[in-house]
Design a protein. Structure first.
Length: 172
C-alpha cells in the first residue's frame, strides 16, 4: 500500500483531491439524517477530542452550514467554517463549497474547498464517500500537513458510533 492510501483514504496528487469512504451497517436514511440534522452533526463532526457547534444548517442548494470545531480541552482556538450547499439530492448526495472563517464569520480569504458526499445503499447498509478538491498541489499538501485526512477518518469513525447507538427522536 502506498503511503497515500490507508484506511479508505486516498490522496490523489494528480487531481489535487482527498477521498475517504466508510461503510456503515445503518440504512441510508439514518446516515443521511446524521449528515443533515444539526443536533446529530454536533455528536460526531470533527476529530477525536474535538467538539462541534453548528450555528446554521440550511440543507438546500444555496443554503449554508456554519460550524466550528474546537478541542474539548481548550488547547487550541476554534476552527470555523462556512459551507454553502451547491447540490442536495435527498439520501444520495450533498455537495458544498467549504471555506474557513474568522470569529465574525467572514471568509478568511483562503480558497474554498469543493466537497462532495455521496450516500450509496448497499442493501444492508450504506457507503459514504467524501471527496474534497483543492485548487492546487500546494493547498492539498497543506491539508495533508494539517492532517485533514486523519480528522475526516476520525469524524467518520465517530459517525459510526452514532449510527450504532440508539435512534434519536428527531430522526428524519
Amino acid at each position: 500500500m502506498s503511503p497515500d492510501t490507508a484506511d479508505g483514504i486516498v490522496v490523489d496528487r494528480s487531481a489535487n483531491t482527498l477521498r475517504i469512504s466508510r461503510t456503515y451497517t445503518a440504512k441510508v436514511e439514518r446516515v443521511w439524517w446524521a449528515w443533515t440534522d444539526a443536533e446529530a452533526v454536533t455528536r460526531w463532526w470533527g476529530p477525536q477530542g474535538w467538539a462541534a457547534t453548528v450555528h446554521e444548517m440550511d440543507v438546500r442548494p444555496g443554503g449554508r452550514w456554519r460550524f466550528e470545531i474546537a478541542p474539548v480541552d481548550g488547547s487550541a482556538a476554534p476552527v470555523r467554517s462556512i459551507a454553502t450547499y451547491t447540490t442536495v439530492v435527498d439520501r444520495r448526495e450533498l455537495a458544498y463549497d467549504d471555506v474557513f472563517a474568522d470569529a465574525a464569520w467572514r471568509p478568511e480569504g483562503t480558497d474554498s474547498f469543493p466537497t462532495s458526499v455521496t450516500f450509496t445503499s448497499t442493501g444492508d447498509g450504506c457507503v459514504v464517500s467524501v471527496a474534497v478538491s483543492f485548487p492546487d498541489g500546494r493547498a492539498l499538501q497543506r491539508a495533508v500537513e494539517l492532517q485533514m485526512a486523519d480528522g475526516y477518518a476520525e469524524a467518520l469513525d465517530r459517525l459510526g458510533g452514532l449510527l450504532g447507538g440508539p435512534h434519536p427522536t428527531k430522526e428524519k
